[in-house]
Ligand binder design. Structure first.
Ligand code: CA
Length: 225
């Protein structure tokens, strides 16, 4: 599975160098030149890791980190000025996972990113169950419980629900669902996704409201309503 890294850096040249390096290593890359754009991209894409500069236009890296931590545990690497211990500590306080001092060497940044992505993957594999809003998924047995009652889902409905719940609070586009569940060579269109979602909701009963439609964007698992 291709991992997606969001680079948030306002210096186009630094961004470009990092992007080329990550693309060559087989990652998908999203780029933001300011903090606002970073949040927008994060909310509209499934991102596996964020490389976040601190000094940014619009919204600085601290604010971006803080806001993302309210909705997600995505690994974040902060780019801090060399020898600025306060910056590093503040980053950790705000929930960053790691930091790299600027100017950095791409191989070092890559090594840090890889390590975080691996531990994220391990965590995902270790978690046998995922629960939110009365819905509980047990991955080894591929069973779903809704308010304690067994809920029988098709393979596809299960995959959709699991993917939305893993990314709860984040808008997932139909294209993302298609890519994650059926792969890139899927022949079909948005209506296929819509009908699976409809069936899934019918089975979730009163809990269906947590699978929210975001007009013209996609879907989102909303924990609190
Ligand atoms: Ca900067």
């Amino acid at each position: 599975m291709t991992r997606t890294i969001l680079i948030v850096e306002d210096e186009p040249i630094l961004r470009e160098v990092m992007k080329d390096y990550l693309l060559e290593e087989g990652y998908a890359v999203l780029e933001a030149g300011d903090g606002k754009q970073a949040l927008e991209l994060f909310q509209s894409h499934a991102v596996d890791l964020i490389i976040l500069d601190i000094m940014l236009p619009e919204l600085d890296g601290w604010s971006v980190c803080k806001r993302i931590r309210k909705i997600s545990n995505v690994p974040i690497i902060m780019l801090t000025a060399r020898s600025d211990e306060d910056d590093t500590l503040l980053g950790f306080e705000l929930g960053a996972d790691d930091y790299v001092t600027k100017p950095y060497s791409p191989p070092i940044l890559l090594a840090r990113a890889k390590r975080l992505l691996e531990s994220k993957q391990n965590r995902e594999q270790e978690d046998d169950t995922l629960s939110a809003s009365g819905i509980s998924i047990h991955f080894p047995s591929r069973t779903v419980n809704v308010d304690g009652e067994n809920c029988s889902l098709t393979h596809t409905e299960f995959e959709i629900l699991a993917y939305l719940m893993k990314n709860k609070g984040v808008i997932i586009t139909r294209e993302q669902l298609i890519t994650k569940i059926w792969g890139y060579d899927f022949v079909g269109d948005d209506r296929t996704v819509n009908s699976h979602i409809r069936n899934l909701r019918a089975k979730l009963g009163e809990r269906a409201k947590h699978v929210a439609t975001i007009v013209r964007s996609g879907y989102k698992f909303e924990e609190k309503l």
